[in-house]
Write a protein that binds this ligand. Structure first.
Ligand code: NDP
Length: 239
């Protein structure tokens, strides 16, 4: 049984990833920040179904709070699979973007990647096994109007993951990025009507959180052992 930490598991995509990995028999550690009740209720459902799930709560921007929770978690053994999924957006045309909007988005996505991933790497190195999977966005691949902060944060995750993949390849640890397009979630709700989807997405529909989860589960599996340093898009043909 693998120990899997999913950040942002109180959100829609993180919850789908957690369900999928729990269904495969992994021990899932569900992370939340402001909405721990969502993660608690999902954990209860997983446990009621015979799976193993725990909840951890911290702000990924807060390095010392993050480290203190992870340190405690690591006393029970290494995290075998880390899914960096927590993220926010705060959109504005660039000339109108506030400093707060810029920093908040970068701090959660990119700062969160650093704060959460770093303490978990050496235990993976020691066991010569691990998976680090980070959820980015099509915005990090193509850029996105009104989302310079979000695209910058997501694009930086691609570069950071490729670099970390090089550092960890010889230790049997893979580091990959999943870059979704429009996915049916609360984050995207209200932003994309059918006309917009028809224009933006060759498949003319939003993806489902479960479709993202299936890709993450594959990258977490032994079958994906030779895939590292990659940014894999899941977007209905947008790029
Ligand atoms: P949600 O808004 O549903 O979930 C976001 C998650 O991030 C929540 O669990 C939230 O925790 C967590 N989070 C936010 N801020 C912090 C923080 N400071 N510290 C810790 N956790 C935090 O979003 P989605 O499920 O839709 O998105 C998940 C990921 O997928 C994000 O990285 C997003 O950028 C990416 N993505 C989403 C797409 C979409 O169409 N939905 C498309 C492409 C990429 P809590 O609620 O407990 O505070």
């Amino acid at each position: 049984m693998k120990n899997v930490l999913i950040t942002g598991a109180s959100g829609d995509i993180g919850a789908a990833i957690a369900r999928c990995l729990a269904d495969q028999g992994d021990h899932v550690i569900l992370h939340a920040h402001r909405n721990p009740a969502h993660a608690e209720s999902l954990a209860a459902t997983i446990v009621a179904g015979g799976g193993r799930a725990d909840v951890v709560v911290f702000d990924v921007r807060d390095r010392s709070a993050t480290h203190s929770v992870l340190e405690k978690l690591l006393t029970r053994g290494p995290v075998d699979v880390l899914v960096n999924n927590a993220g926010i957006h705060s959109d504005a045309a660039f000339p109108a973007m506030s400093e707060e909007q810029w920093h908040s988005v970068v701090d959660v996505s990119l700062g969160g990647f650093f704060n959460v991933t770093q303490p978990l790497v050496m235990p993976m190195v020691r066991q010569r096994r691990g998976r680090i999977i980070t959820i980015s966005s099509v915005a990090g691949v193509t850029g996105s109007r009104g989302q310079a902060n979000y695209a910058a944060a997501k694009g930086a995750l691609h570069a950071a993951s490729k670099s970390l993949a090089l550092e960890l390849a010889s230790r049997n640890i893979t580091v990959n990025v999943v870059a979704p397009g429009v996915i049916e979630t609360r984050m995207s709700a209200g932003h994309f009507d059918q006309e917009t989807l028809d224009r933006l997405v060759p498949m003319k529909r939003a993806g489902k959180p479960q479709e993202v989860a299936a890709l993450v589960a594959f990258l977490a599996s032994d079958a994906a052992a030779y895939i590292t340093g990659q940014v894999i898009s899941i977007n209905g043909g947008m790029v």
